[in-house]
Design a protein around this ligand. Structure first.
Ligand code: DGY
Length: 435
């Protein structure tokens, strides 16, 4: 059996092992529930060999949607004492429209579901059957986008905010240091669980967790009311990765509604959101001097001027112009593409905040590589896309299906965080199926 075939089989085993009753966990112990963007990436993996599971994964996630269209970042289907903070800390039931059926958080995560449905359709060998499934869930995804544009865009720019670093998906990125350094969060007594499963040097610090809890306490004090959060949350950021994913999903919804037919009003609304968003995105979130997209801190009305792998993600939703695309790829190769580094570190390796071992402060992540691989290919940068793919496959072959990897090539044991991590397996299956 070829090496690639063996890797594919192993990846399928990881996914099957992490499958529970109707959904997948990201990995044992460290993440024992259903996570929003994990589920989306996992469904892409399953779509290659077990479409019913892919469909069930998405159905179960959407089953936890709130009355206002919001989709939570964790759905607590089961009890577990290996994770903090659990449902009794988050108290999502404080929100009057939260799910009555499922316990969840009152935070969301990058809205991947729209483009995941399109990926599933592309992969499917039974297009009619898959389209039927898509038809049964697509309005829920539309309602989610409607929630974002009506509730999370206070200045009506077409750019939505996140109110917590956990919503970004890139939990402890050095980007947030600028915000946390100005926050006076109280100290809390709590027992971390993540650091009993994974070396603390690879996870966020205790002080960072105090900030995370503090932002949540403020949202809870206002029953997760969006207007109050927009007014009071110390963390309020327009994130290029989050907005790219929303835009990519908008486009997928447009394309899928066209296939389904009879949805002109929704298509029109999606196109309006799309047009406004792309224009604001390019005006507000591009830093000419850095040659990269950056985050905007809406609370303090200031740009967070750092380059991260998120800076290049807009390629995935075809947001930059041709000229800007060239600048962006040049910045990526100059800063992140050195010979002795795997592509693509999650944070600027030239920054003093870069840490090659610590979660989102530097390591390479499979999902970001998958986004960049697709974005580069869509824009004609096939050679660099191949490198992004080859690098991640080499890291997994060398180390196994870890959650994240040290970008430095001279390090031999460079897999960190959770082991047998679902999206690492799922997206490798997808990458291996592509040229
Ligand atoms: C964690 O617990 O580290 C998760 O990323 C939060 O969603």
């Amino acid at each position: 059996m070829s090496l690639m075939k063996a890797l594919n089989n192993e990846a399928r085993e990881v996914l099957n092992r992490n499958w529970r009753d109707g959904f997948s966990i990201p990995c044992e112990k460290l993440y024992p529930f259903q996570w929003h963007w994990d589920s989306g990436f996992i469904a892409i993996g399953f779509a290659h060999f077990d479409m019913p599971k892919a469909e069930q994964e998405i159905k179960t996630l959407l089953d936890a949607q709130w009355g206002n269209g919001f989709i939570p970042h964790i759905v607590f289907h089961n009890e577990s004492d290996t994770y903090f903070p659990g449902p009794e800390f988050h108290c999502a039931e404080l929100h009057p429209q939260s799910s009555k059926k499922h316990k969840s958080t009152g935070l969301t995560q990058p809205p991947v579901t729209g483009f995941v449905l399109e990926e599933m359709f592309k992969i499917s060998k039974d297009k009619k059957g898959t389209l039927k499934f898509i038809k049964s869930v697509i309005d829920k995804v539309y309602d989610n986008h409607n929630y974002f544009y009506t509730k999370r865009d206070p200045q009506n720019e077409g750019l939505v905010y996140i109110y917590h670093n956990w919503e970004s998906g890139i939990d402890n990125s050095p980007l947030w240091d600028d915000i946390f350094n100005n926050m006076e969060s109280p100290s809390y007594e709590f027992e971390r669980r993540d650091t009993t499963h994974v070396d603390a040097s690879q996870r966020p610090s205790h002080r960072e967790y105090e900030h995370y809890l503090h932002i949540l306490e403020i949202a809870k004090a206002h029953n997760y009311n969006d207007d109050k959060i927009a007014e009071l949350s110390p963390f309020l950021v327009q994130d290029p990765l989050f907005n790219t994913i929303l835009l990519k999903s908008n486009q997928s919804l447009i394309d899928l509604y066209r296939l389904i037919g009879n949805n002109e009003n929704k298509i029109k609304q999606l196109e309006e959101w799309q047009e406004k968003a792309i224009s604001s995105f390019n005006k507000k979130l591009f830093d000419e001097e850095l040659g990269a997209y950056v985050h905007y801190d809406l609370r303090n009305e200031t740009t967070l001027r750092h380059v991260s792998s998120s800076s290049f993600s807009p390629l995935f939703a075809n947001i930059p112009s041709k000229e800007r695309t060239l600048v962006l790829v040049q910045t990526m190769m100059d800063k992140f593409g050195k010979e002795n580094y795997y592509l693509c570190a999650s944070f600027d390796p030239e920054s003093e905040r870069f840490n090659p071992k610590k979660y989102w402060r530097g390591p390479v992540w499979v999902n970001l590589n998958w986004i960049l691989y697709n974005g580069l290919n869509q824009n004609g940068f096939h050679d660099i896309a191949q490198r992004v793919k080859a690098d991640i496959i080499e890291l997994i072959e060398k180390n196994g299906f870890y959650e994240y990897f040290d970008p430095r090539k001279e390090i031999s044991n460079s897999g960190y965080g959770g082991y047998n991590f679902s999206w690492s397996a799922a997206l490798v299956i997808d990458l291996l199926s592509k040229e």
